[in-house]
Design a protein around this ligand. Structure first.
Ligand code: NAP
Length: 267
């Protein structure tokens, strides 16, 4: 049996086992996907050594270890070099290799939305891990990126075509796409939006990385303004599918997995 899992802290709620078990069913992979809840970063080194001994093929990494995991790996992929965080590692030939499949999930999501991002202005709300993966994906597609942060001094980047602004400055900005990469609006706090309805008017496309609820207040505002919207489920599915592609060295059908899961997730 092929063994995989998810490393994080307080992650018993995670949707990832459902996603990966579904991929195993759809592709007849004899696999198991376990949750590994670690209380502290100091435990990671021994944990990885144990996984190696147990013949685990790969694991996903989630909050709060996406950056700290990099201290314990042997190789990092190009996207991880730029983003500075990993959410997927592969054990191969006695080596531990780090990838960022959130980045691939975002590229897939932009494609699904039919976006043409070259030289377009894109606003990202929040400056955390998902926002960093989005910056890399958007720059690769030649977009011009505005990061909106509650603390512009902390979030500022000295990167060409990346600007950091405050929520107040955002009122003066318009653009092609706006992405919510904050947790604001996640279940159960579904009556919150990171920005006002009026500000959403200034954008053509609206993406929320949140997938629970299916339609956040942010997306409801966008829908009311007749904007084209997308939630975070396609990204979530795509980062998982990409992880399985990396671990098993195969090509999988993203649409097939997404279409299969959407009916289960939003019953
Ligand atoms: P994170 O590293 O904690 O970053 C979240 C960022 O949002 C923070 O850096 C902060 O930026 C901002 N923020 C936090 N609390 C806020 C508040 N109360 N009001 C306004 N801004 C706030 O989290 P993450 O991993 O990037 O995840 C962000 C969101 O994306 C979460 O909802 C997560 O579930 C979602 N996500 C979805 C997928 C997917 O596959 N669909 C993958 C990854 C993440 P500032 O301090 O600069 O304001």
């Amino acid at each position: 049996m092929k063994k995989f899992g998810l490393l994080g802290k307080n992650i018993s709620y995670s949707f990832s086992p459902t996603l990966h078990n579904r991929i195993f069913q759809l592709y007849n992979i004899d696999g198991e996907y376990k949750i590994y809840d670690l209380k502290d970063e100091v435990l990671i080194d021994d944990f990885l050594k144990q996984l190696k001994k147990d013949g685990i093929l790969g694991i996903n990494i989630t909050i709060p270890y996406k950056t700290s995991i990099l201290k314990f790996v042997d190789e990092i992929s190009d996207e991880v070099k730029d983003i500075g965080a990993a959410n997927c590692i592969k054990f191969k030939d006695d080596k531990i290799i780090a990838y960022n499949t959130d980045y691939f999930g975002l590229l897939k999501t932009f494609k699904k939305m039919g976006l043409n991002l070259a030289y377009k202005k894109v606003v990202i709300l929040g400056s955390g891990g998902a926002a960093k993966a989005a910056v890399k994906a958007l720059l690769d597609l030649k977009a011009i990126v505005y990061i909106v942060s509650r603390d512009i001094n902390k979030a500022s980047k000295k990167i060409e075509n990346v600007f950091t602004i405050s929520y107040e400055d955002l009122n003066e900005v318009s653009g092609y796409l706006i992405i919510n990469a904050t947790p604001v609006g996640t279940f159960p706090n579904i009556n919150k939006s990171p920005i006002f309805k009026e500000t959403i008017q200034n954008f053509d496309f609206v993406l929320d990385l949140i997938y629970n609820p299916k339609e956040t207040l942010f997306l409801k505002f966008a829908k009311a303004k007749n904007k084209k919207i997308e939630n975070g489920l396609y990204m979530l599915v795509s980062q998982g599918v990409k992880s399985q592609e990396i671990w098993n060295e195969v090509d999988l059908n993203y649409e097939k997995v997404y279409n299969d899961l959407i009916s289960e997730v939003y019953k």
